[in-house]
Each structure stands twice: as structure tokens, then as C-alpha cells.
Design a protein around this ligand. Structure first.
Ligand code: AMP
Length: 986
């Protein structure tokens, strides 16, 4: 009893000393579930034992408010076990709760005679339950939260001392799952006073961040958990980026993300969106805040998103809301005009008032008026304005193609972005002018009514703008070749003229101009016509110039054909050497041009005049020597013809001291070349025959002859590029064969290459085929023939045809694909003739696609009728170019044989087809590589003799795969034999 009385006395004392200043204000992030000090009346917690253990003691705080405490102080007696249990406490939203205990605890050392029995701690327990009226809870059902010791104990009772400290301990418990719980305090022999017990949980309190509101949020169950919360935009705001925050376990908000923006017309103030005041506006949510209305504008209500313009002021559709309201400009100043015949130049200066804007432009309005300056109407189309009529940024304009002697009124309008909203006459300046007398505009449409051998009848339309009464027309004409050096003039008052005294079959150029009282207009652009070869007119009324030209040329060609056929008949025996022995291939269809042999002309100079243009030597500039031809040096240089641009040319010269025959032979090449017009045939520019040296001028081919070019670029081109080269040559040859021209010396050395890799067939010297070519050899009949390039029938009995050109083309293909290798290497001409006769053919060059070698073999068919035509070759090559996959398959890595015959056993030649592995990969059968290796088929030589049974034996069961491998192996076998024989037997 003495102990109890003693403890009650100091407990009261302590409470008064330490709780006097406590106010019932909790932190905003704590929600209190129980506070013993706020309970009205007694607590009546359950004590066990009911007597002699925890005792409820009511005391008064300094404001005389009663509060309840529990005390126990059985320090003298051993084995104390005193329990105090609270009532059931509802958990609410909390998952983790906090217990804050304020208590005092007596220091055992300060109590005499308590050694061994006095304790300085007590234990805290809880028990979760959905039942709010548990009658009896066993001790062992409680879960221990902690043993609690005092931070501050005191050593002596001193009534007068008011500085004693109160202990405050906080413990947390979680995760709670039931509806509520009981707390229990176990005393084991200490002297304690529980002054207050408060139970609370934590929340993140409602808050606004970045204009987003986040609600009250209970913290997570774990001490480390973060609860993600989505905010909602405050009134008059909208989301810019989803607002989010995290509620931390201690009730603090963390990591704000995203935000809201105040709506237009509102701005952020004190975490809310407040309307802009009158006289202010906010146009966009992205604008910083409300702004004062710009000059000449106003707002009459709160929350304005824009300001209206003052009266007489405007805003264009594209003006930003922040721009002041503006006005249209005043009229341009000082408008002056300057008349020049039918042109008027206007100049002015900027308006005095720009309206407050920078986007000033000018529009010009043109009106044509009656003689009295009245009855004006818009000028309409046909009048030209420089630089333009509307949206002018300059302060001047030139107006052309007005009518002569006419009154015009011009208005120049100053315009800015707000003019359309308030157009007024005070924005324009105007001026009235009268145009002067002017010459007529050029005549534009001339027609030839009649063309004869010596004359032409012309007719034309009145000029578009006569600018007065036309008094007369003037026709100027001259021979096209003579240019304007000597021309004739004819005058007429009508719109037609009969021109007489012209030379037949000659191109003439005509110009017409008109004259009024104001003088001559300009000449028309040139109109070209060629006079006829027959006396009567062949063109009827209304034929246009193109039809006329084509008809004239057509008739000329027809005439030439007749002459040619006639003369060939007569001179057959005389010119047998040059004769084109290809009658069977001549396509004498109407409309197809046929080559005319210049040697069929009685006077070969006539053929030169006919087919080659004479060039004035002064137009040619020789620059350097690039080669030696049969008749003299070949040079490069430049050709500048009057009225044409300068071009690079090749110039073949005829050396001094030539005979008449040499001159004729030399120029025959020009007569032949001049008949051709094809991108893959070397183009003749003309000849110089009237002075010395005599020259043939052709287009310049920068890369020279094809054989040397290929040798210089060995291995540098793709197969597609090589096929492109072959296609060009085939196309040129098709053109020649269509014209019934047989080349006879088609070889890479006679193909020229330009800078774009375009190949052109050249070398049309008739005699050179037999005389000059270094590869040509005398045959048994005495004529010279390039044996390696020539078809057997042409060697044997001079049967030169387009089909023999096809044979030569096959050899050119071989030269191209082997980068200029010499056909048949160092074999003698006799050996070549013999081998061909026995059926041998050149093997595919290294890396040559099989399809191309096949085409070569087709060109080398013994029977010339079985060789492809050039048109078929072109189609075939086009097909290959379109499907490059067909060019992938090559005949294997066939080595390029050297010039000595290689024996089959030569080590260098032991495996020219590569490895078995490569071969299988090439035919897409590499999956069987191991089968071949395991069975010992390790060389192509072993593979080529395999049979179907062998295939099955080594594990290739698919019949399709067996077929594929066997047929490829057989191909390989034949290639081996060809390599061994160095030639392809066909
Ligand atoms: P030719 O007398 O036609 O065999 O010409 C002799 C050499 O002059 C040829 O091998 C070419 O290297 C060169 N050559 C001939 N014509 C031309 C040309 N049009 N452009 C460039 N080089 C040419």
C-alpha cells in the first residue's frame, strides 16, 4: 500500500511539470484514432490483475481539464506481471498505425531496498481482431511490438522540482488486416506512469501542385512504399501532361510529374487559375500570363482571350493577338509615268502612312479608255507587267505590249494585310497616258503553199499586233548552207509571195517582216524549206513545213534509190570489189532507207557532195595528233559552225602527195558515214575538200578504240556494263544491216568509245577492209581478210553478208568479255581456219556468263542462216540486262589460257573448275557437301563421271536434286574437254 501511495504522488507531479504546454494540435499528415487525453470520463481499460496492478488515476492539467493516467509501481515485490489492455480501436483506412506513449519511469537506483525486484522497462503488445468486444484475450495471443525503456528516468522525488522530463516513445505496427485491434502494456516490476497514449496513422494531405489537386491519401502499408496518385486539374485549367505524385510512407508527397495550364483568359495566381482583369487578355494556354491589350485594342470583360480592335483599326487573319491593331496604308505618292512606244514605265514612292504595318505591297490596275479618255474598260490579258502586276514589292513596274496610239489609265494601289477589311479610294494613285506609234510585232506563222524545183509560194498571217496599217511585207531568204552571207529580199503588199529562181534540192531559210508608218517590225524566226527535185509541185495547199520537209527528203531518197539500182546494174562488173554482196538481206520496203554505195556513182565526188556537208576550214581548230590512219594523221580538235555551239571533233587528214584514187577512197568513208544517223554509229560532221589538207570531220570519241580501252581497264567493269557495251554495238549493227550495209571488218579495234562508255561502230573505209587492216591476211584468192573475225563462208568464197557480220560480232563479244584478249591467242591464221572448219569454237572467257557464251556460239553457227539476226541479238541482250540473274551463272573459273597449248595434265590446269565445294555452292546444292567429301569425291574431275547410282549411294535421294547435280556435272565435263582442247567443239 505504501508503494502505491508513493507512486501516485510523483506521477501527478510529473504530469503537471511536462504536459502543461501540450495543445491538442496534430500534424496535418497524421490521423488520430485514439488519444487518451481527449477521452471524456474514465478510460476503464482492462487491468489484470484487477487489484494491485495498473491503476487508473485521474488528474487535472493546468487548465483544470481532467485527464486519465495509468500507473503501477510494484518495485519491492518480485515476479510482477501486470497487464493493461485498451478498448478495441477501429483501424479505419490505415494499414500501418503508430503508437505514441508519453510516460515517466523511476530510476531503480534512486529507490532504496529494491535491488533485484525493480525494473526499468515495460512491454508493448497488440492483438488484431474484428470483434470490438473481446471479453478475454490470452497473454500469448498478443503480439509483442517492443520493450520500451525510458530515455529519461529520474532519480529522486523532489516536489519542488518542475524540470523533470517526460518520455515520449513512438512505435509503428503493420501491416494490419483486421477491422481493429487492442493494445496492451505489460509491467514486470517497474515504477511507471502512462501519462498519455495516442494512436494514429499517416496520410499525405490534400495538396495542389502545378495546378493539379491531389486528394488526402493514406500511406502504404510498408515503411518504404510509395502510393502513385493522379491529380486533377484545378478549375479553369487543362492538362498539359498527366499530373502525378507519389505519397511516401511518412505522409510526404514526392516527385511531382506533369502539370496543368490555366485556360486562355485565365492566369495562375496562388495555385489557382484566376480570370484576366478587364483591359487584359491571355490568348493561349502557353502564354506566360495575362497581358495588357496591345495598342488600339480593348477588352470589356474579365477572362478575355483576345482584345477587340478600336473603331477604324483592324487585324488580319494571320496577325497574332499580341500585335497592335493597324490600318490600311494611304495612297502611293508621286506616281509618274514614262511612255516608250507601246510600253509604259510607272514609278512612285511609298505612301505617307503605312498603317502601322510592315507588309506593304502594290497592285497595278490597267484600264484602256476611249479617245476622249472616257469609257474605260479593263485591259484584260495580253498586257505584260514586269516584274508583275500584283503584290509588287518594288515601287516601279514596266507595262508592255499595250496598243499603240491608245489612252490608258493606270491605278497603283498600296495594299497591306488589313486592306481587304477597309478598301478605300484613298489607297490608290492614278495616272493617264497615251501610247505612241509602234512598229508591228513579228510575223509568226508562215506556210509553204507550193514547192517546185526552182521556187516556193509562201503565205503568212498578219502580225498579232500590227500597231497600225500594214503598208508592206518584206521577205528575206538565203541558202541555208550559205547562211546570211548572201541573201535576197522581196517586197509585197499582200500576205503571200512567190519566190522564184531557187536552186533545186536546196535548203532555204525565209524570214518575213511587216512595215507600218512607224517603220519595220522585227523579222520572223527562220522558216526552212527545201526545193523539190521534180519540176511539178508535190505539195498541196495547207501542207505544213514538217510534212513538206519529210516529203521532199523522202522523194530525194527514193530518187537516189532508183539511181543507185540503175547504176549498180550498169557498173556491176566495174565495182565488184566494193559491191555489197547482200542482196538476199536487202529490205527494199518502202520507207526503209537503203545504203547507197558511193562507188556506184560515176563521179565519186558527187557522192561526197550528196552525203557529206562541206565545212569551211576556218571553222576547224586542230589541237593534237591522236592516231595514224591509213591515209594520214588523225587529230582531235574543235569545230565551231556559225550559229552552233563549239564541239570536240576528230579530224582525219589525207596526207600530201595523194593520188586521185587515194583521195576517192579516203572520201568514200565520209560518203558512207554521211548516210548513217544512229547513236551507235560514228557521226560525220562534214568534210573539207575545197582546200588542203582534205579532211573528214567526225564526232570525237574520248576513249579511243574499244580493244585498247578494254585492255587498259582489264577487269574493271561489271558484267552489266560489258553487256551494255555489247548492246550498243549490236544496236549500231542492226541499224547498218537494216540499211543493207555490210561492214566486213567488225572488230573491237574498229569500235570507238566515248566518255560515257557509249560504243560506236566506225571504220567504213571500203578499201581498207581488204588492204589496210593489220589483222587482214591474203587468202588463197589474193584478197585480204581479217581471218580471226571473219565467217568461214566469207573466207572461203567471199560471201560477205549481215550474217557474216554477225559471226564477227560474236568475236567482238568474246573480245569484250575477255577485256581485249586476242581471239585464238597466238594460233596461226591457218590453224584458226582449220580448227573452225573442224568445229572448234572459242571457250567462254573468264567469268563470262554462260548465256553470253551461248550467244557467241550461236553467232558462230556454221550455217549462216542459223545465226541470229542483229535485231534478235539486241532483244536477247535487252532481256539479259532486264534480268541480271541470268548473267550470274558463269562456266566456272575457267582460267584464261596462255598462248602456249596446255596439256590436260598440266598442273596449272589441274582443277580449272575450282573446288567441289564451290561448284555445289554455285548450283545451290551445298547441303550435300559432306556427302561428297565423305564418299571421297573431292575434285571436279572425280565428280564429272558420277552416275545416278553413285548419287543414291552417297545419300542424295531426291530425284530432282540428282538430276540437277548430274546435268551440272555433265556441263562441267564438257567444259573440261573444251579447256583441254582450248576450243569449243560444236
Ligand atoms: P582509223 O583511221 O579510223 O582507224 O583511226 C585511227 C585511230 O585514230 C583510231 O584507232 C583511234 O584511236 C583514233 N580515232 C579515229 N577516229 C576517232 C574519233 N572519232 N575519236 C577519237 N579517236 C579516233
Amino acid at each position: 500500500m505504501a508503494t502505491t501511495a508513493f507512486s501516485a504522488a510523483w506521477a501527478l507531479l510529473l504530469w503537471i511539470s511536462h504536459t502543461a504546454s501540450s495543445a491538442r494540435v496534430y500534424p496535418p499528415n497524421e490521423v488520430t484514432l485514439l488519444d487518451s487525453r481527449t477521452v471524456q470520463g474514465e478510460l476503464k481499460w482492462v487491468s489484470s490483475p484487477t487489484e494491485g496492478g495498473w491503476e487508473e488515476v485521474s488528474i487535472m492539467d493546468e487548465k483544470n481539464t481532467p485527464i486519465r493516467t495509468y500507473q503501477v509501481c510494484n518495485v519491492m515485490e518480485p515476479n510482477q506481471n501486470n497487464w493493461l489492455r485498451t478498448d478495441w480501436i477501429a483501424r479505419g483506412a490505415a494499414q500501418r498505425i503508430y503508437v505514441e506513449i508519453k510516460f515517466t519511469l523511476r530510476d531503480c537506483n534512486s529507490l532504496p531496498g529494491v535491488m533485484g525486484t525493480c525494473k526499468e522497462t515495460f512491454n508493448l503488445y497488440y492483438y488484431e481482431s474484428n470483434n470490438d468486444k473481446e471479453r478475454y484475450i490470452r497473454e500469448n495471443q498478443f503480439i509483442k511490438i517492443d520493450t520500451i525503456a525510458a530515455d529519461e528516468s529520474f532519480t529522486q522525488v523532489d516536489i519542488g522540482d518542475r524540470i523533470m522530463k517526460l518520455n515520449t516513445e513512438v512505435r509503428d505496427v503493420g501491416v494490419l488486416t483486421r477491422k481493429g485491434f487492442y493494445l496492451a502494456f505489460q509491467d514486470v516490476g517497474a515504477c511507471i506512469a502512462l501519462v498519455s497514449v495516442r494512436i494514429f496513422y499517416k496520410k499525405c494531405p490534400l495538396t495542389v501542385r502545378n495546378l493539379a489537386q491531389f486528394p488526402d491519401t493514406t500511406t502504404g502499408a510498408d515503411t518504404s512504399s510509395l502510393v502513385e496518385v493522379r491529380g486533377s486539374c484545378v478549375d479553369n485549367s487543362e492538362e498539359r501532361e498527366v499530373p502525378k505524385m507519389y505519397c511516401g510512407a511518412d505522409g510526404e508527397w514526392l516527385v511531382p510529374i506533369g502539370s496543368c495550364l490555366c485556360n486562355p483568359g485565365f492566369e495562375e495566381r496562388a495555385g489557382a487559375c484566376q480570370a484576366c482583369k478587364i483591359g487584359y487578355y491571355r490568348a493561349l494556354a502557353s502564354d506566360a500570363g495575362c497581358s495588357k491589350c496591345p495598342p488600339h485594342s480593348y477588352s470589356v470583360r474579365e477572362g478575355s482571350t483576345s482584345c477587340a480592335c478600336d473603331k477604324g483599326y483592324f487585324r488580319s487573319e494571320t496577325d497574332p493577338a499580341s500585335m497592335p491593331c493597324t490600318q490600311p496604308p494611304s495612297a502611293p505618292q508621286h506616281l509618274i509615268s514614262n511612255v516608250n512606244e507601246t510600253s509604259v514605265n510607272l514609278e512612285w514612292s511609298a505612301p505617307a502612312f503605312s498603317g502601322g504595318r510592315q507588309d506593304l505591297t502594290y497592285n497595278v490596275v490597267c484600264k484602256r479608255c476611249g479617245p476622249d479618255g472616257q469609257r474605260c474598260e479593263p485591259c484584260g490579258v495580253g498586257v505584260h507587267y514586269t516584274p508583275q502586276q500584283l503584290s509588287l514589292r518594288t515601287t516601279r513596274v514596266s507595262i508592255n505590249e499595250l496598243q499603240a496610239h491608245t489612252n490608258y489609265t493606270f491605278q497603283v494601289w498600296a495594299v497591306n494585310g488589313v486592306s481587304p477589311q477597309s478598301p478605300g479610294p484613298d489607297q490608290a494613285a492614278s495616272v493617264t497616258v497615251t501610247t505612241n506609234q509602234a512598229a508591228p510585232s513579228p510575223v509568226t506563222s508562215i506556210q509553204a503553199k507550193d514547192i517546185t524545183r526552182h521556187g516556193v509560194s509562201l503565205a503568212w498571217q498578219q502580225p498579232e499586233r500590227p500597231n497600225g496599217v500594214i503598208l508592206e511585207y518584206e521577205v528575206k531568204y538565203y541558202e541555208k548552207d550559205q547562211n546570211e552571207r548572201s541573201y535576197r529580199i522581196m517586197k509585197t503588199s499582200s500576205r503571200s509571195a512567190d519566190i522564184k529562181g531557187l536552186s533545186p534540192l536546196t535548203s532555204y531559210v525565209f524570214h518575213v517582216r511587216a512595215r507600218t508608218a512607224a517603220g519595220y517590225g522585227e523579222f520572223s524566226t527562220p522558216f526552212e524549206f527545201m526545193t523539190n527535185s521534180v519540176p511539178s509541185p508535190i505539195i498541196g495547199d495547207g501542207a505544213n513545213s514538217t510534212v513538206l520537209l519529210v516529203s521532199v527528203i523522202g522523194s530525194v531518197v527514193l530518187l537516189l534509190i532508183f539511181i543507185a539500182v540503175f547504176v549498180i546494174g550498169r557498173r556491176r562488173s566495174k565495182y565488184s570489189k566494193a559491191k555489197q554482196d547482200s542482196d538476199e538481206e536487202k529490205h527494199l520496203h518502202p520507207g526503209v532507207r537503203i545504203y547507197v554505195d558511193p562507188f556506184t556513182y560515176e563521179d565519186p565526188n558527187q557522192a561526197v557532195r550528196e552525203f557529206a556537208k562541206e565545212i569551211d576550214a576556218s571553222c576547224i581548230k586542230i589541237e593534237k595528233v591522236i592516231g595514224i590512219g591509213e591515209f594520214g594523221e588523225v587529230c582531235s580538235g574543235r569545230l565551231k559552225m556559225p550559229g552552233k555551239r563549239e564541239i570536240c571533233v576528230a579530224i582525219k587528214t589525207l596526207k600530201a602527195g595523194y593520188t586521185e584514187k587515194q583521195r576517192r577512197d579516203f572520201l568514200s568513208e565520209a560518203s558512207i558515214m554521211g548516210q548513217f544517223d544512229h547513236p551507235n554509229i560514228i557521226r560525220l560532221e562534214g568534210v573539207v575538200t575545197k582546200c588542203k589538207p582534205v579532211m573528214i570531220i567526225t564526232e570525237y570519241m574520248e576513249n579511243g578504240s574499244l580493244d585498247a580501252f578494254l585492255r587498259k581497264n582489264d577487269g574493271r567493269f561489271t558484267v552489266i556494263q560489258l553487256v551494255g557495251i555489247l548492246r550498243g554495238i549490236a544496236s549500231g549493227m542492226k541499224y547498218l544491216s537494216d540499211m543493207s550495209y555490210v561492214h566486213r571488218d567488225l572488230a573491237a579495234r574498229n569500235i570507238l568509245v566515248n566518255s560515257n562508255l557509249v560504243c560506236k561502230v566506225s571504220d567504213f573505209g571500203m578499201s581498207r577492209v581488204l588492204e589496210e587492216d593489220p589483222d587482214a591476211a591474203y587468202t588463197t584468192r589474193g584478197g585480204k581478210i581479217p581471218i580471226r573475225w571473219t565467217a568461214p563462208e566469207a573466207i572461203a568464197y567471199r560471201k560477205f553478208t549481215s550474217a557474216s557480220d554477225v559471226w564477227s560480232y560474236g568475236i567482238v563479244m568474246w573480245e569484250v568479255m575477255s577485256y581485249g584478249e586476242r581471239p585464238y591467242w597466238d594460233m596461226s591464221n591457218q590453224d584458226v581456219i582449220k580448227a573452225i572448219e573442224e568445229g572448234y569454237r572459242l571457250p567462254p572467257p573468264m567469268d563470262c556468263p554462260i548465256s553470253l557464251h551461248q550467244l557467241m556460239l550461236d553467232c558462230w553457227q556454221k550455217e549462216r542462216a542459223e545465226r541470229p539476226k542483229f535485231s534478235q541479238i539486241v532483244n536477247m541482250l535487252d532481256k539479259l540486262i532486264r534480268n541480271p540473274n541470268t548473267l550470274k551463272r558463269t562456266g566456272g573459273e575457267i582460267a584464261r589460257p596462255n598462248t602456249t597449248l596446255l596439256e590436260p595434265s598440266s598442273p596449272e590446269f589441274s582443277s580449272p573448275l575450282g573446288t567441289v565445294s564451290d561448284w555445289l555452292t554455285a548450283i545451290n546444292m551445298e547441303r550435300y557437301r559432306d556427302n561428297f567429301t565423305a564418299a571421297g569425291y573431292t575434285t571436279p574431275e572425280a565428280v564429272v563421271h558420277m552416275t545416278q547410282e553413285d548419287m543414291t549411294r552417297i545419300g542424295i535421294s531426291s530425284a530432282a536434286h540428282q538430276d540437277k547435280i548430274l546435268s551440272s556435272a555433265q556441263g562441267m565435263l564438257s567444259q573440261m574437254q573444251q579447256i583441254q582442247d582450248r576450243m569449243v567443239p560444236v
